[in-house]
Design a protein. Sequence first.
Length: 624
Amino acid sequence: MNKNYLRLCATFLVGNVLAAQEVQQDSTEVNQLQEVVVTDSRFALKRENSGKTVIKITSEELERNQGKTISQIINTKSGIEINGSRGRNGVILGNYVRGGRGRQVLVIIDGVQVSDPSSFSSEYDLRLLSTANIESIEIIKGAASTLYGTNAATAVINITSKKPSKAGIAANFQSSMGTNQTSEEQRNTIADFSNNAAINGTLKKFTYSANFSNTYTNGISAVITPENEEDSFSRINTNVRLGYQITNALDISVFGNHSKTEFEFDESFGFLDADYVFNTEQNRFGFSTNFKYGPGSIHANGAYSTYDSESISAFGGTFESHNYVADIYNKINFNNAFYTIVGLNYIKNEIVLDEEKNFTITDPYANVVYVSDFGLNVNAGARLNNHSEYGSNFIYNINPSYTIKTDSGYAKILGSYATSYITPSLNQLFGNFGPNPDLLPEDDRTIEGGLEYSITNKFRTSVLYFNRKEENFVFFDNTTFGFLNAENTIDAKGVEVELQWIPVDDLRFDANYTFTERQGDNAIRIPKHKLNVLAAYSFSKRTNASVAYAYTGERSDTDFSVFPSVDVPLEAFSLVDLYVGHELLPKKLKLFFNVDNLLNEDFQETLGFSTRGRNYRIGMNLNF
């Protein structure tokens, strides 16, 4: 297997070089690779001036993946493994980025950090989100706690909602349906439904947007059993945002959203059919305001969120939590050379146990980006984390890069050294199962180094090495039956290779390869090798198609059905997806058809849990 992977990597890298040589002979311009990135600095900077390899998922890519979940789309990107994304809707997701765990990934929606204080690791549940209301997603990998605070240790997933139309009124309707079946149960019956209705517009200084979406799936059992009964999943989302341009320099917007999910699940200890149900309801209300002055601007974002969950099972219960977030920061751009931010981030998490428990985080932070006229770029910053339980914690980052411009693009070398932190959750500090109020935050250190080469609008490739170290991570000790800070360290390292190539105007190739190695624990569900390849072709201005290939290498999982539990290997698997889209009415009505797992691969993603076989979906997107 190792020899095969060496050949695979060699072929991939050689292909990059050959592709680059071929692209240099073609000067036809295509706009798809002209990217500006925001997440790594909070300023809109050209990618060539960024010291990170930021991943940007555009509205066009989201449209090509209509009907898929956010986790399915993100899972195709380098360095990321979202365990559960290939199973039925409703399965618990594990967000493993660069060999890390879900608690080390921060999710941001429209500038506001989101998390669920009632979960054991304060993670945000991506199952609550619908792709229908999302404009774009930026993913910055690596430590980013300087700008974004707790949990931003391996990645920040920055989600931006769709903007209102500049017209007085506009509407969009999306609808799709498809099968939902395993590789062994190919009944080809409709069991997956998704719909969205949105209205938005601009009336002079006033903007508005509202959308409602729902998803329902059935047909697959949560765990693999002889009975293979069907476990359903349903979700509804409602979003409303109102904005007003008070003056040319000052604007304000307010928003509210509601998400509700209900899914059936089975008994995972012994993998038995069960009539278990889990309900989650989230309500979020917030605001955003921006004031521009001279070379700078002041921004303030805030939100209040509530989470109510109920598990109806053998070990069921109810969970209630509240989350307050406020972030105010001042941005100044000095002559397009120095970009500075000074801010204050406040978070209050509350959870209802026998009595209400809470903690607060108050973090001042500062960051500066220097963009020289001779190629040197530097991103550096620091944050003083102040926690009501464990005290203070200082973190920082330094991220230099050097860009050499060419007649057709640029070459860039980059490096980074950054620290980050993850606060203990309220359940770990005060919960009903082994709480420890003396827990310290997890400390992470990340080193990165890499190269990026780009030919404007035609070709880009990058290779990046990362090395992470986790200390003081919180774990549940089975001997003391309580949460403790670990004395040992976790080391994770790897290589990420990315390629985007447009050899001719209507043909595009995207590919990425990730090698990940984690040491210090059993590293379950993290593949050492992962490869994604996409080929997309436009037959005309109205018809396009794509074929995607995904390879997930060998990894291990823990079998809890035996005592003592043991780790068992899971075989590698490959999946092929097909998509075809056609505009029946230009810019008005688009129809699409896709096939997931075209070859009907039978595979295991999580030990004992069902996965999706060949499935079909048809749908439409209508604009007014």
